[in-house]
Design a protein around this ligand. Structure first.
Ligand SMILES: Nc1ncnc2c1ncn2[C@@H]1O[C@H](COP(=O)(O)OP(=O)(O)O)[C@@H](O)[C@H]1O
Ligand SMILES: [Mg+2]
Length: 390
């Protein structure tokens, strides 16, 4: 039992956020697995999972379809799940296409789908991945009845992208000014001048990445064709926003213990709070545990050369453990009100169900890392300072 246990038992949506490579997909899959085993029907919506992990969840083809993780995949755990686990891989392009197919006016649908700007949307428009992940979450929450949905999120370079991208994308799609400006400007061949009047906005930045009047014409066509959908885009964005702020939703902020990530994660944490989103836990993943003392004893039994090698490795591991402990202490001091959960760095990647299960034991507090190494000795100078009277 730890801070994640009640969230796993009660929340309807858990969103795993953090920068790329820290373990978001791993943590997302672990949480959904654990919730299903403990009795809540769960879905993990993954983004770009490692192939082996995807296979072990029974996801063999990319697509937006949810698949039940077969009982045979869970059998090696030796536990009988009390509920069912589903998994899917978010396919961004397919989600956009579904959205257009569902909401575009019939006479515009084909034109949008065939539009060249639309086809490069995910690369041309910063934040469109974050936007579409939120769209999918909204669809799943409103149209399915999983007790828990765990959403993995795209690797986000900046925390702000994640929180503000949806709005920026909406503003882009619904940019009256740009629409009015582009079409006549293109016709008159005065685009450069008109772009200037957009200043340094997100719209102007995106446009400046596109070159060639033809591409811009495509963009203008796209904006015109998509305009009738904007009302429904906005409605759902409002819905998503409410869902993210709701009591039923929690965020799990994943990070690694390195000092180099500290500023970033503290910043992300602050932004989530500012946006009124509940951070249920800060998961510090891949923490190097202090090597067990027995290992030093065992090394003594080895031949001198082997012993020297093993001891060198143990010393290196100690240094890493001490560095991680310092990172953790700094994080704890910076975000004192949020529970901090440590998951050790395993020797192997977390690419199968058994490894997810093991990760879950740490995430949910069944197992804990040994206490951090003692603080470094007080330095000699300070010891020489005269003691102040009590
Ligand atoms: N605690 C851990 N110990 C060892 N390997 C891990 C651990 N957590 C994650 N990994 C591995 O690190 C890689 C990146 O993890 P992933 O969950 O895909 O990160 P993200 O989704 O944040 O990019 C994967 O290969 C995963 O199996
Ligand atoms: Mg990932």
């Amino acid at each position: 039992m730890n801070a994640l246990s009640p969230a796993l038992a009660k929340k309807r949506v858990l969103v795993c956020v953090g920068s790329g490579g820290v373990g978001k997909t791993t943590v997302s899959a672990t949480l959904a697995l654990r919730a299903a085993v403990d009795g809540r029907s769960s879905l993990v919506c993954t983004i770009d999972p490692a192939r082996r992990l995807a296979n072990s969840l029974g996801l063999h083809t990319l697509g937006n379809v949810e698949a039940e993780v077969p009982a045979s995949a869970l059998a090696p755990l030796g536990v009988s799940p009390k509920s069912r686990l589903h998994a899917m891989m978010l396919d961004m392009k397919q989600t956009w296409d579904d959205l257009v197919t569902r909401y575009a006016p019939p006479d515009k649908r084909e034109r949008i789908l065939a539009n060249r700007f639309y086809q490069s949307l995910s690369s041309a428009l910063a934040g469109s991945q974050e936007y579409i992940a939120m769209e999918k979450l909204w669809e799943l929450r409103t149209q399915r009845d999983y007790e828990l949905i765990v959403l993995d999120t795209p690797p986000t370079a900046h925390a702000l992208d994640f929180l503000e991208a949806p709005n920026r994308v909406l503003d882009f799609l619904d940019n009256e000014a740009a629409r009015k400006l582009l079409t006549p400007a293109l016709a008159a061949g005065k685009l450069g001048l008109s772009l200037f009047s957009l200043g340094s906005s997100y719209m102007a930045k995106t446009l400046s990445k596109l070159t060639g009047a033809e591409t811009l014409q495509e963009l203008a066509n796209f904006l015109l064709a998509i305009a009738p959908m904007n009302e429904s885009f906005r409605d759902r964005a409002r819905g998503v926003r409410e869902l993210l702020e709701a009591e039923q939703t929690g965020f799990v902020l994943v990070t690694s213990p390195g000092r180099e990530r500290l500023d970033e994660v503290v910043h992300f944490h602050r932004l989530l709070k500012q946006h009124r989103m509940e951070v249920v836990a800060l998961v510090v993943n891949r923490v190097h545990p202090m090597p067990r003392p027995e290992l030093w004893e065992e090394a003594k039994q080895l031949t001198p050369t082997r012993r020297a090698k093993v001891e060198e490795t143990l010393r290196e591991l100690e240094v890493l453990a001490i560095q991680d402990a310092a990172g953790l202490a700094a994080l704890r001091a910076a975000c004192p009100e949020t529970p901090l959960i440590q998951v050790p760095r395993f020797d192997l990647d977390v690419h199968d169900i058994a490894a997810l299960w093991r990760t879950g034991r740490f995430l949910l507090g069944d197992e804990q890392l040994p206490p951090p190494p003692p603080a470094p000795p007080v330095d000699a100078e300070r010891l020489r300072e005269p003691r102040l009277p009590d």
